[in-house]
Design a protein around this ligand. Sequence first.
Ligand code: ADP
Ligand code: MG
Length: 412
Amino acid sequence: MIPGTITANHPLLTDAATRARDIRSRFKDLFGGDCRLYRAPGRVNLIGEHTDYNDGFVMPAAIDFDCWVAISSAEGTAFTVHSGNLGETREFDLAHPQPRHDWSDYIQGVAVMLQKSGLPARGAKMLISSGVPMGGGLSSSAALEVAAGYALLDIQGSPVDLMQLALACQLAENEFVGAHCGIMHQFIACHGKAGHALMLDCRSLEHQLLPVPKDARLVICNTMVKHEISGGEYNTRRAQCEEGVRLLSAVLPGIAALRDVTVQDFERHRERLSPTIQKRCRHVITENQRVLAAAAALTQHDLASFGTLMFESHTSLRDDYEVSCSELDFLVQVAQGMKGVYGARMTGGGFGGCTVNLVAVEAVADFQQKLASAYHAHTGTVPEIYVQTCRATTSPFQSTHSRMGRSFAAPD
Ligand code: ADP
Ligand code: MG
């Protein structure tokens, strides 16, 4: 086995039918009775980092790892939720919604937002079993929200509008959990398609699916670290972007977000900004350009150009936005010199988490081995490396409930 590699028999990659059987049996042990199953995928962002809350462009792709929710309805308005990943049970009541300041807020938040949009308040029992690594920048929280939201709507026989669901889940995370994330995470969990990246305009929500060429793989490398400063730094970066817009709007009337500022306008007026705000703004403004260029490259099957843009994105995140860390930089630097690697960059909010690499299929095995060994030798930590197979499913999540007329994707 290649060190640090998730192999075919890893629990994260257990085939769907086996997983469904295990979760149903676990649900019966916990709550008694039958359940319905729903799932939503995590995501990796290929390019377009810290652009979402600046009304800009992003390019995430749904990944093979997903969050499953087993559910049955309960009497009244009471919820009992159990996370198989954490081994913890929580209770809350929709008649008296109240954040508990723990993981169950993601579920309670979604239930509250759906209720506000007209879904009757009814209780439920839920078992959560997720294969999306938590806190690694692969959107385990959005996968949990979307799977739970879909489950709650469907068991009440309410039609599921994926756009509305994504927005309700974002609202839950922003207002109930208190994490001020953009729409990207929930949007891709709802609209991702196997084998494709999705370019999203975070302002208009217009989106375009772009096929990921079959001769390349997305390889995700988890540093296994998450530096504590990330939350506070995220809020600081958001405030710095807003400050940049405020200062630039004196000479560029009509701009509402950094999305509206061209590279040329920025260069002309950047002296109005402090050196730090200049750097933050330059990252966001040039990153938006890179996403558009990357979409054009992918459309033309130009992986070399796409990869170059990924490296440039990393440099900009490291030097201008200053959200990288030594572990991420090391992984990108090692990848940069390797055969068959088109591009590499940190992905997610930063200060730890994962890198995403675009690698030629024939180079993947060698890449995994060398990257894992180099990282282990350098840090003493064994990284997890996830090679995305982009398995064909017709929907990012599916229910075994026959009324929906769908079944699980065939086992590998
Ligand atoms: P990311 O979304 O990048 O994985 P976040 O910090 O946004 O990181 O979300 C991670 C949080 O989401 C966890 O700390 C936990 O509160 C919640 N979460 C995600 N998946 C699960 C799960 N399977 N069980 C319980 N909580 C979960
Ligand atoms: Mg999250």
